[in-house]
Write a protein that binds this ligand. Structure first.
Ligand code: CUA
Length: 404
């Protein structure tokens, strides 16, 4: 169904024409999703997605139908005013009560309008709501203020399922069924270029499909006001050609975190990561974070298994070079640089836990830098690096310049 749909809806217009058609919707989406620091084009007018094409054509029909109604009503109004306007010496108009034919028409026409609009809507819902059987399954768990994307069918050799924090990898040319849930308050999953928006509600799981024909990195945001860092609860969706996606998933399933060289910064960082530093009150990272292939199996924070491969930090708050620069300040005082972050500070700053003010533990600059070195060493093998040669969709700057 989906493939049919994409084949037909794409038409001969080419990217430019499709872009123009989507421009109106794009303006609306830009307003709704707020301004990003990068110049990435976040738009629900992205016609690379069969989901967006379905919604677009449904809107075209609904708007066309509304225009016809508008013209009809306007014509009837002005024709009546013109025909029955008062003239000098005009005789008293005919006096009558009730007109069955007119009343039947006035009921029948609105009923017809409602039926046509309902059919359009229900038809689109019937196409978009069922999860296609061939869909790739991804689970999106939202929490204040980050995301975990896991792949229920990809069991990791080291235990658990493949999971990545804040960066979701998906195949192109294949619908993806995202099962959306929340671990605390209500959030909402929205990557406008790839499909619609879905609430993430604690205690429920809702499945939603997204798709695209075009490989690239797309912007996603939490779109439900959920607390102090709602605006900093972003994510990336990286769409790869199916072969590359499969290579990613296989390598990710086989991945075990590398064993650090004895005496290296990475090894010191790993020890701190697992144990914290009880003498100064610095809590263990492993209590809240998972790293595949190590004893670290915490679930209160984002999965860090492939941290070194990721290009965003703080749930998309910083990207690229900024993410690199911010890593140490982030480790030193996460709630200080991201309001409402639940990660404790490690520079002795105070923070709030359940409304109580507490003092964070203390690590030295060197120790923070060791943990950063360990985190950066958590890299997927080269063939599974989903950022390699991935265009940032709509971006007009940088070496990863966009494709349109
Ligand atoms: Cu989560 Cu807004």
């Amino acid at each position: 169904m989906n493939t049919n749909q994409s084949g037909r809806a794409r038409g001969p217009g080419g990217g430019r024409a499709l872009f123009a058609r989507g421009a109106l919707l794009a303006a609306g989406a830009a307003l709704l999703t707020g301004c990003q620091e990068s110049s990435q084009l976040v738009t629900l007018g992205d016609m690379s997605s069969a989901f967006n094409r379905e919604i677009f054509w449904m809107s075209v029909w609904a708007i066309a139908f509304s225009i016809i109604i508008f013209i009809g009503v306007s014509y009837a109004l002005f024709a009546t005013v013109r025909r029955f306007r008062e003239e000098n010496n005009s005789a008293e108009p005919a006096q009558f009560h009730g007109n069955n034919r007119l009343e039947v028409v006035l009921v029948a026409v609105p009923v017809l309008i409602v039926i046509v609009l309902s059919v359009l809507t229900v038809r689109s819902m019937a196409r978009l709501n069922p999860t296609p059987e061939n869909a790739t399954s991804v689970t999106a768990l939202s929490r204040q203020f980050w995301w975990n994307f896991s792949y229920p069918t990809a069991t990791a050799a080291a235990g658990g399922v493949v999971t990545n924090g804040n960066e979701m990898v998906m195949p192109t040319r294949n619908p993806v069924a995202v099962t959306i849930t929340s671990g605390d308050v209500m959030h909402a999953f929205w990557a406008p270029n790839l499909g619609g928006q879905r609430n993430a509600t604690p205690g429920t799981e809702k499945t939603w499909q997204i798709d695209t024909d075009r490989p690239g990195a797309y912007q996603g945001n939490c779109s439900m006001l959920c607390g102090a860092s709602h605006a900093n609860m972003r994510f990336k969706v990286i769409a790869l050609e199916p072969e590359r996606y499969n290579a990613f998933l296989q390598a990710a399933a086989a991945y075990r975190a590398p064993t650090p060289e004895p005496g290296s910064a990475e090894e010191r960082g790993y020890t701190l990561f697992l144990q914290g530093k009880p003498s100064t009150g610095a809590l263990s990272c492993a209590a809240c974070h998972r790293v595949q292939g190590t004893p670290a199996n915490g679930a209160a924070g984002p999965d860090l298994s492939f941290f070194g491969t990721r290009r965003t930090l703080g749930a998309g708050m910083w990207e690229g070079e900024q993410a690199e620069e911010m890593l140490i300040p982030w480790l030193a005082n996460s709630p200080g640089v991201k309001p409402g972050s639940l990660m404790p500070p490690y520079n002795g700053a105070t923070y709030q836990v359940n409304g109580q003010v507490q003092k964070g533990g203390v690590l030295t600059e060197q120790e923070l830098s060791d943990i950063a070195a360990y985190l950066r060493s958590l890299r997927l093998p080269e063939e599974a690096d989903y950022w390699r040669d991935t265009p940032v969709i709509g971006s007009t700057e940088g070496p990863q310049g966009g494709t349109q």
